[in-house]
Structures are given as C-alpha cells and as structure tokens.
Design a protein around this ligand. Structure first.
Ligand SMILES: Cc1ncc(COP(=O)(O)O)c(C=O)c1O
Length: 390
C-alpha cells in the first residue's frame, strides 16, 4: 500500500505519541482542502450548494458507519470525542431525570476523563447514583462485577474498548451481553481502537459507540456517536435541528468528509494487515528494550489483550518525566498528569494497583501509520543511553 508521508512528520524527534493524536493522512488532507475550497454550502440549505454539501456529508456518514459494522442505526456527527461521550452518557439519563425517575450509571476506573467526568457530572448535577468499578492489575474490568452492580434503576453501562494509556482491551462483548439481559444500555468509547483493530458494533453488541477523528488520521475537532436503532437520547445542544435534532450546529463539512475518507483508509489498512505490522514493530521495540535494560523494565497493561501499537513501560528507579527530558530524540508521553505544577501519578496505573514509583515511571510509546523499524531501533538505543546516563 502506498503511504504518502505527512509533511509534519520529521525524522527527529521520532513521533511515538499516536495515541495522543495522529497526523492527518495526506490523502485525508487532500479531500478536506478540496471541500474547504470548493464546497461552502450549508448542508441544511435546500438549493444546489446546500444539496451538494449534504451529499458529501452523507457519503462520509456511510463510510464511518461502514467502519464500525453495518448494523442499522444512526451516526450523529459531533465536535469531538468528548462531546460524543457526553451525548452518550447524558443523553439516555436526561429523559429519566425529567420524568423524576431514579437513575444509576456504571463505569470503570480507567476510562478517559471525557467519560469519568461526564459520569461524575450526572452525580453532582442531577443526583444520579454512580458506580465506578475497579480493574485488575492488567487494567481489565471483570464482567461479573458489572453484572453484580446492575440494579433496577441502572440506565447505562459505559466501558471503553481500549485504554488510551496502556492499550488494554476490555471484554466489551461479554459486558454488553450481561447488561442487555437486564435491559441496560451499553456505551463504548472506541476512540483508541478504531482503525487499530477491527471494531464491529454488532459483534461488540453495544448500543452507543464513540468515534474520534484525530485518533484515526482525520482532523481534530470532529467525532461521531453511533446510536443503535430504537435507542432514544436527549440532545446536549438544542438549536437548528441538525443531525436529526440530536446535535444542533452547522456541520463541519470539510473535516467530516475527511473523517469519512479516514474511515475508508482505516478499512483498507486493516485489510492490508496494518495491525500485524504495528504489533511486530511494537514487539520488536519491547524486545530491544528488554535486551538493553533487562529486569529494570516492566510492561504496564495486558500482555496480550492490548492494542497492537501501544507499549506502556516503567523503568525501575527512573521517573518518566526525567527520562523524556534526557531523550530529546523521542516524542512520547508520560502516564502522569501535571496538575498545578504537582506531578500526579496516572490514575489509570494507580487503578491497576501500580506502586507510586512505578506509576511515576510509566512512559507510553504509541506507534502508528508512519512508524518504521528504524524508528524502533533508534528509540531503543536512545532510551538505553538515557537510562545509562541517569
Ligand atoms: C479514549 C478516549 N476517549 C475520548 C477522547 C477524547 O477525544 P477528543 O480529544 O476528540 O475530545 C480521547 C482523546 O484523548 C481518548 O483517548
């Protein structure tokens, strides 16, 4: 497969942060630019300009829907993954709140803040009961714990497909089956898994699925929520009735056409074995690091049930921020978040039971479409040199 390289990707530093964001694929940028320059119509307008923009938008919608399987349902375009998560979480609960019916929502501790904060807001704003389940040391939630947490008022279970920091994949199919036996809706944030592994709403059995443009080589600021037929949601933004009344606001046509093209390219890449190529590179990086660092390096996340591009490791006795400061050659991210100057360990690693030191040492190396074997070799050498100099 020919893979034009984005002009923004440089040899140095080596980009190893594809889980934070992906460069826009030049083949996506081409259609975005084309739409931006030629198609200015408002897709809600009835005249030729509007109809032309609408037609492009609907092709994009069909392509994104195809990427997540062809089950009947609706695909609502949003302005981000966070917005899709918020719509999925607040939407089903709001109707019950308005009817003064008690509600309960279940999620788990390693979700992205877009999910955790949206769930917590249900609790603080509307008094919704919330259960945040723990995970095991690999970051996996136990489906039987989800089943045990379900009660009569439970409206929704929100469990991500794959974790953004460790790549750990959750048993979403099993969870959805158990939840459906009790008539509970299931939302799945698939921001990180889409394009990296096959994602099929039918196989997962979920009712709501979050899609994020900038994790799959489309522009930032676009996302989507797939909604199973028959599932009703209250909108977060009221207004002009766009997106079947579920998300007011004139659609970002150019970027959404880009999302459609990115979905098409993702399907092609998956069919061409991109997951295997990334897994091999990722495993080669792990082996190269183990060769150089031996028992000092520890893997964070599930050893097998993990995204093929993600390697989260802790090097014993070395904080990730210090390591990254010493290795200007690589652009990766630490698992920790900085709050007001304070280094805090990653809540994901803490939820997995990692010690404070191990969590503070966690570094996430995430590979993608333009990662090469040479990048892997240079990265391992650079990390080993940084460890030796510390
Ligand atoms: C798992 C997950 N969900 C949601 C989001 C939020 O997406 P966005 O940045 O488009 O709001 C991200 C982005 O980091 C993510 O990794």
């Amino acid at each position: 497969m020919t893979r034009p390289v984005p002009p923004g990707i440089r040899r140095d530093p080596i980009y190893l942060d594809y889980n934070a964001t992906t460069p826009v694929d030049p083949r996506v940028a081409e259609v975005v630019t084309d739409v931006l320059t030629r198609e200015f119509g408002n897709p809600s307008s009835q005249h030729a300009y509007g109809r032309s923009a609408r037609a492009l938008l609907e092709v994009a919608r069909a392509r994104v829907a195809e990427l997540v399987g062809s089950a009947p349902g609706r695909l609502v375009f949003t302005g981000s993954g966070s917005e899709a998560d918020a719509l999925a979480i607040r939407g089903p609960v709001r109707e019950r709140i308005l009817a003064h019916r008690p509600s309960h929502v279940i999620t788990q501790a390693t979700e992205h803040p877009a999910v955790l904060e949206a769930c917590d807001a249900l609790r603080t704003e509307w008094g919704v009961a919330l259960t945040v389940l723990g995970v095991d040391r690999d970051g996996v939630v136990d489906p039987s714990e989800v089943a045990d947490a379900i009660r009569d008022e439970t409206v929704l279970v929100s469990i991500m497909h794959a974790n953004n920091e460790t790549g750990t994949i959750q048993p979403v199919g099993q969870i959805a089956q158990l939840a459906h036996e009790r008539g509970v809706l299931v939302h799945c944030d698939a921001a990180q898994s889409l394009g990296k592994i096959p994602v099929d709403v039918e196989r997962l059995g979920v009712d709501l699925l979050t899609i994020v443009g900038h994790k799959m080589y489309a522009p930032k600021g676009v996302g989507a929520l797939w909604i199973r037929q028959g599932v009703t949601l209250a909108p977060l933004i009221a207004g002009g009735g766009q997106e079947e009344g579920l998300r007011a606001g004139t659609e970002n046509v150019a970027s959404l056409v880009g999302l459609g093209r990115a979905a098409e390219l993702a399907r092609e890449a998956l069919a061409a074995g991109e997951s295997d190529r990334l897994r091999e590179l990722r495993n080669a990086l792990w082996r190269a690091l183990v060769d150089r660092l031996g028992g000092r390096i520890l893997l964070n996340g599930h050893p097998e049930a993990r995204l093929p591009n993600t390697l989260n490791v802790s090097i014993d006795g070395l904080r990730a921020v210090d390591l990254l400061e010493r290795t200007a050659l690589i652009a990766a991210s630490t698992g920790s978040a900085c709050h007001a100057g304070d280094d805090a360990p990653s809540p994901v690693l803490v939820a997995m039971g990692a010690s404070h030191d191990r969590a503070m040492a966690a570094i996430r190396l995430s590979l993608g479409r333009w990662s090469t074997a040479e990048d892997v070799e240079r990265t391992a050498t650079a990390i080993a040199a940084a460890v030796a100099s510390s």
